[in-house]
Design a binder for this molecule. Structure first.
Ligand code: FE
Length: 332
């Protein structure tokens, strides 16, 4: 055998043996490094299994997985928003897993009915108001923000981000498309100013009085209040006598072409379990998806509320329709 052939053979064999001997797991994560690294470090410390990861935006990771196809080095995808998880499953980059551990740990409405992804943390998308301009008794529901008293007072994040697409999808599921469209039209009519590019900017606009109330994920409120505790902002839990607070997830699935399917599944089960769930949620001031784990003290201080029982997969199914409604309403 010529040396060059031998070398080719060695390079072919080496990566495979390297994988099987160490059980290394490769993760693509749309969740930022500081939110996942402490957990991966803990898992490695416990099991000796190394976790390699890259972080990027949700869309970029999905495109990368699709482009890499069978050759992807990724075993697991961690991403945010059920709309994105649903999209990844529909695009065929995730595989179905059957796991009693996961089914027990994660409530049915926070995971894919077909087992291709599982919610790992819950984010509540709720109302935040300016305490100098609004009495909580004036607030009630997401839907009511479309009504006349809120003319010129509503602040919203852009419709381009999946978060409000999911919220509108939930309204389509609850009320049907016509009523959902009327609500979105009402919101657009009531805007104090053009939509903002992120939740933090929306909160800041409410704090300085550009508008009086907005709709955000609670962890953005938590982060901002940690930096500036004196801002005149407070959380209101809407829809407590009907549909409940809009709930979404960050979550994960095993990639369709995972080389280390078993290893990735064990990691996913660990992330859903009692050891990891508290920290997984607390690192981003979210709620644990596993209901047997209490949220951390900062999050718990925001109070208890009734969350929507809708399966979060619904947001993906109705996303296209939600975007159409938002476009038609001129919601930028
Ligand atoms: Fe976010």
């Amino acid at each position: 055998m010529k040396l060059i052939h031998l070398l080719a053979l060695v390079t072919l064999i080496l990566p495979i043996t390297a994988f099987s001997s160490t059980g290394e797991i490769v993760v693509y994560s749309a969740r930022n490094e500081h939110l996942i690294k402490p957990l991966f470090d803990a898992y490695t410390a416990k099991t000796g299994i190394k976790i390699k990861y890259i972080t990027d935006k949700e869309g970029a990771l999905l495109e990368r997985l699709k482009a890499e196809g069978e050759n992807t080095p990724a075993d697991m995808l961690i991403t945010v928003d059920a709309g994105n998880l649903w999209q990844a499953a529909r695009d065929g980059v995730l595989q179905q897993v059957k796991s009693e551990v996961l089914d027990k740990a994660i409530p049915a409405n926070l995971r894919d009915p077909d087992g291709r992804w599982y919610g790992l943390s819950v984010r509540a998308r709720t109302l935040v108001y300016n305490t100098q301009k609004v009495q909580p008794s004036q607030l009630s529901t997401y839907e009511a923000l479309a009504e006349a008293p809120w003319k010129g007072r509503l602040i919203l994040r852009s419709s381009k981000k999946v978060y409000n697409q999911s919220l509108v999808a939930a309204m389509i599921a609850e009320h049907g498309p016509e009523k959902a469209e009327a609500i979105v039209n009402g919101w657009v009519n009531n805007l104090a100013t053009a939509p903002f590019s992120d939740d933090t900017k929306a909160l800041e606009a409410v704090a300085v009085g550009v508008g009086d109330v907005t709709v955000v994920n609670t962890y953005y409120f938590g982060r901002l209040m940690k930096k500036k505790p004196d801002l005149p902002l407070a959380i209101f839990w809407p829809n407590q006598s009907n549909g409940g607070v809009h709930m979404n997830v960050s979550g994960a699935g095993i990639t369709a072409h995972a080389d280390n399917r078993e290893g990735a599944l064990r990691l996913l089960e660990w992330l859903a379990g009692t050891e990891a769930q508290g920290q997984f949620a607390a690192l981003n001031m979210e709620y644990p998806a596993n209901p047997s784990i209490a949220p951390d003290s900062t999050v718990a201080a925001w109070g208890t509320f009734k969350g929507s029982p809708l399966n979060v997969a619904t947001y993906g199914e109705l996303q296209v329709e939600a975007v159409k409604i938002m476009d038609k309403a001129g919601y930028k």
